[in-house]
Ligand binder design. Structure first.
Ligand code: BTN
Length: 249
């Protein structure tokens, strides 16, 4: 598996593959702390797969891609907040070759098909003396048919589209695309691409922000990947938060 993925990668990355691990992000962060170079960490399953806001990411054996890319990048603090959305675009650019336009990018870090989550992204960074030391980009992508607990509202590409993707190939393609896109993190093409596939645009939703829950109308994203939403008729630019649910279609 390592050989196959390595052959398909356009850049030289160390690759580590585990049968089971708690979380590839946690492992990649440890590597980062210990000074390791750019590394791709892959697991067949995770016992403690993590998502944003303390969520669990269900990561059952051989049913999806659970991977983290440790990168030492020359990137400004300001640009770190754009990484998750740009990676969402990278994954979408790979998926669209196989499943056309059936899926949406949900700000800030999820991909949805048929109103169900099939992919989540968790970016974590280490900052030292005001500079980015390394970032870890975690991708969880549900590829194959499985049953999720009802309250999770998740699904897989196979269950939603009947398309069965080749895991190793998709891992290499996503990694290659992320490495290309992230070098040009401020390219406005990413913004345009995100807008084209943006979920909940022009919808009334419930937004969870640090100071509570709000009814909001989602207007757009701006060029910094901030969510542009109107709350109580006031235009807000939101850099961190979560769209909890749709209120009106
Ligand atoms: C989310 O749903 O908020 C993001 C989910 C990210 C899941 C991936 S799976 C690989 C990597 N390791 C983790 O523990 N999380 C990310």
């Amino acid at each position: 598996m390592i050989k196959k993925i390595k052959e398909q990668l356009n850049q030289n990355l160390d690759i580590l593959i585990f049968d089971e691990i708690d979380s590839t992000n946690t492992y990649a962060k440890e590597l980062g702390k210990n000074g390791s170079p750019n590394t791709l960490v892959i697991a067949n399953s995770q016992s403690g797969g993590r998502g944003r806001l303390g969520r669990t990411f269900i990561s059952k054996s051989n049913l999806g891609i659970y991977m983290s890319i440790l990168l030492r990048l020359n990137i400004s603090l300001q640009d770190v907040s754009k990484v998750t959305c740009v990676v969402g675009c990278s994954i979408a650019r790979v998926l669209e070759k196989y499943i056309n336009d059936k899926f949406y990018l949900k700000w800030v870090n999820d991909i949805y098909i048929n109103n169900k989550k099939i992919c989540g992204i968790l970016t974590e960074s280490s900052i030292n003396n005001g500079q980015v030391d390394y970032i870890v980009i975690g991708v969880g992508l549900n590829l194959y048919s499985q049953v999720f607990p009802k309250d999770v509202n998740a699904s897989s590409i196979e269950d939603e589209t009947n398309v069965i993707l080749e895991k190793d190939k998709i891992i290499s393609e996503i990694t290659n695309q992320v490495l290309i896109d992230i070098q040009k993190i401020n390219d406005l093409n990413h913004i345009e691409y995100f807008k084209k596939r943006m979920y909940y645009k022009n919808h009334k939703v419930m937004l969870k922000l640090s100071d509570g829950l709000f009814d909001a109308f989602i207007e757009d994203i701006n060029n910094d990947f901030e969510l542009v939403a109107s709350i109580n008729n006031e235009k807000k630019y939101i850099s961190s938060g979560e769209i909890i649910k749709i209120l009106e279609k």
